[in-house]
Design a binder for this molecule. Structure first.
Ligand SMILES: *Cc1c(COP(=O)(O)O)cnc(C)c1O
Length: 355
């Protein structure tokens, strides 16, 4: 199917930001993608319009019951000038998995990828080129029925906004301090933990604030039932290297199926490094540390790609991992994935998609 999206250009383009001082998610480009959905009619009126406020009825369902979802991916400018996306079809696939759980409409994955390509192309001059920078792409969908009853909405809007973002780690990869949260929980199996929805994030803020107050960057989430199995680190998937083997939680229903997580698993397999998807307890992680076998801990996600962990705090027991230095595997994964994303390393997996 061919998709055609009309482009309504802004008459007042903004000034581009200084590429050397970009942070995350504060600056937005000149345009956005917008599309509507009505029950019985399907998705219609996909178009590119100037970036700006959206008009909603105060009674819009999303504002009351949180029926919404989002995605996140990046566009990179390769040295040869090509614009590359990293596995956008996976974001489209995950959108449909999220939407199924949230009683929101399915979207043809091809439509979503075409919409992403189109908006990135229109605002391509906003893609920063400095080392480590990229254009963050945020697709999201909201329920728009003006109604205060509780049921799935019959109308929705879908948007894509773009934000030039800086290098996550200014001076190269630096290990983070992580607080193991054993009071609040993020998700339980049967809930929405595997879906990329705002509600999960709203529910996580309290623990994040608590961790920040204690001087930690993020929390490590334990499972919501027994509070002993390690699940995720903040909004990233978690990996533990113990005695030469790498362990990550299986997709139990309370874990977000990260696209970076999937790439990491494929790369480790390709390199012949043992990677096991199994549940492990925080107790086992600490025991491995006591025996001197906890070699690396890292988190994976689109924003930072690979984020090494240098310190864990669980019930006031603080441990330092790999002398608070980046592990070899973390560094190699980071270099390889960012190399493929930016076209510096040949993509033998077919992960990159040219705009
Ligand atoms: C988005 C997200 C991730 C990482 O997924 P990527 O596709 O790798 O960016 C991990 N955990 C949570 C809770 C997330 O929302």
């Amino acid at each position: 199917m061919e998709y055609h999206f009309p482009v309504y250009k802004t008459t007042s383009p903004k000034e581009k930001p200084d590429q050397d001082h970009l942070s995350f998610g504060t600056i937005f480009t000149d345009h956005m993608f917008e599309m509507s959905y009505d029950e019985g009619k399907g998705w219609y009126d996909g178009k590119i319009i100037p970036y700006g406020p959206i008009h909603l009825e105060p009674s819009s369902m999303v504002l009351h019951y949180g029926q919404e979802m989002f995605e996140g991916l990046k566009a990179y400018k390769a040295e040869d000038g090509r614009i590359l996306l990293f596995r956008p079809e996976k974001n489209a696939e995950r959108t449909n998995a999220t939407n199924e759980r949230m009683c929101m409409p399915q979207m043809d994955p091809e439509l979503m990828v075409e919409a992403i390509k189109k908006i990135v192309e229109v605002d391509k001059d906003w893609i920063p080129e400095a080392q480590g920078t990229s254009l963050y792409i945020r697709p999201f969908m909201i329920a728009t029925d003006p109604y205060l009853g509780v049921r799935p909405s019959k109308t929705y809007k879908f948007y894509i906004i773009l934000s030039p973002v800086g290098a996550y780690y200014k001076g190269g990869l630096s290990p983070t301090k992580i607080f193991v949260e054993d009071e609040y929980v993020r998700a339980v199996s049967g809930g929405t933990g595997f879906a990329k929805v705002g509600g999960n994030y709203a529910a996580s803020l309290k623990a994040q604030v608590k961790a920040n107050e204690k001087g930690y960057t993020q929390v490590l989430w334990l499972d919501g039932v027994e509070r002993k199995y390690v699940e995720e680190i903040g909004t990233s998937n978690a990996f533990f290297k113990i005695d030469g083997e790498i362990i990550t939680s299986p997709l139990t229903g309370s874990i977000l199926p990260g696209i970076t997580r999937d790439a990491v698993i494929q790369l480790l397999k390709e390199w012949g490094i043992k990677i096991i998807e199994k549940r492990i307890t925080i107790q086992e992680v600490y025991e491995a540390h006591e025996k001197g076998n906890l070699e690396e801990v890292f988190a994976t996600g689109t924003a930072a790609v690979i984020s090494p962990v240098g310190e864990l705090c669980w019930k006031d027991r603080i441990i330092t991992i790999n002398k608070n230095k980046i592990g070899d595997i973390s560094q190699k994964l980071y270099d390889t994935i960012t190399g493929i994303q930016t076209g510096k390393i040949t993509d033998t997996f077919g992960w990159t998609v040219e705009v």
